[in-house]
Design a protein around this ligand. Structure first.
Ligand code: TYD
Length: 217
């Protein structure tokens, strides 16, 4: 077992679609690797065979909101047990495209699942496990929508939701940020991509300094 200093760290990337999460994840991965750290990239829902099977279900089937919430947490529990925790234990850093802030934003704030029940479910399923650092890419809904449309990527059931739904998703994320100011860094994703990227790396460096993480090379 590694001591705390050599254990890896979990960084999650959150926000509505169109905020440029993927390119910033790639930038963070390259930066960590340039410091000699091993970096594992993953996503939610997904990251394991069970999680990917759940992803195929929840992204393309309408269902009761609490069923959806439970499936998100089932996938997450498997993700932590099978991939994230073992990686952190061997000293790797894990970067994940979404983690549980998405469940509070999508299933609770926008979908109507009771917030306090999400809190209880989280405690039961994850027992206090949470990312060490979270980047929340914040964007007005109309900007997000325009970017997603321009991208023309494959859509899932969430992307077809009305603007009001995404206003609630955004509000849910911002509420989580307010409740977890130490962990969540809100990044204004409206700025040019280069500027946003610089801000992300500056926050990462700050995190590494304050947590006394040492580069290996
Ligand atoms: P993502 O892979 O970011 O979507 P895309 O491939 O369109 O970029 O996330 C998949 C979708 O799952 C996204 O619309 C948000 C949703 N989601 C939830 O509703 N709850 C959750 O807990 C998670 C992790 C994702």
């Amino acid at each position: 077992m590694l001591n705390n200093q050599n254990r890896g760290r979990l960084i999650s990337f959150e926000g509505v679609d169109g905020a440029g999460k993927s390119s910033h994840m790639a930038r963070v991965k390259a930066h960590l690797e340039s410091l000699g750290l091993t970096c594992v990239q993953t996503r939610e829902p997904g990251g394991t065979p069970v999680g990917e099977a759940i992803r195929a279900l929840v992204l393309h089937h309408d269902m009761d909101i609490n069923t959806e919430l439970l499936l998100m947490y089932a996938a997450r529990r498997q993700h932590v047990a099978e991939l994230i925790e073992p990686a952190l234990s061997r000293g790797a850093w894990v970067i994940t495209d979404r983690f549980e802030d998405s469940s509070f934003a999508y299933q609770s704030s926008a979908g109507g699942a009771v917030w306090e029940q999400c809190v209880a479910l989280s405690k039961w399923a994850l027992q206090g496990f949470e990312p060490d650092l979270t980047f929340l890419f914040d964007l007005p809904v109309e900007v997000s929508k325009a970017r997603v449309q321009a991208r023309g990527a494959d859509s899932d059931k969430f992307e077809a939701k009305p603007d009001a739904y995404f206003e609630d998703v955004r509000a849910g994320f911002l509420k989580r940020a307010q409740l977890n100011p130490r962990r969540i860094r809100v990044i204004n994703a409206q700025e040019p991509e280069e500027r946003v990227g610089e801000r992300v790396l500056a926050e990462l460096d700050h995190f590494m300094t304050t947590h006394q993480v040492k580069a290996k090379a």
